[in-house]
Design a protein around this ligand. Sequence first.
Ligand code: FES
Length: 133
Amino acid sequence: MPQDGTITPKRLMLGQISICDGCCCGKTEKGHPAVPVQWLKQEWKIRGLLKRVHLSISGCLGPCDVPNVVMITSSEGTQWLALLNTQRHYAMLADWAEQSKDADKLLPLPKELRELALMPYRSQPQLAFEGHR
Ligand code: FES
């Protein structure tokens, strides 16, 4: 254990993407767009993203009324996205994760994904990973 008491794993992640596949997100029977879970898992494996920009397929993240929801966390903060309704959105997310892995840092999200920014809390919105536009 480090001297400051913080627990540090062997492999340090750049960030973590939690993609909601809960009670509403991805539930086509409720009229919501599908979440391409198998495609995402395959892409993360093929692109060597596992453990760098970690992918988690999650249960309900909370804001069910704006499916499909994604939460990106890193040491820079948390960025929520909502209304991912096309395969293209998920492909952009995979491309961004791969480019971030190659750059060894989380890059600014593509404009099209930034436009899907979600603020699920009561405080002022703040865009993480905003960077250069
Ligand atoms: S099911 Fe995705 S936010 Fe609730």
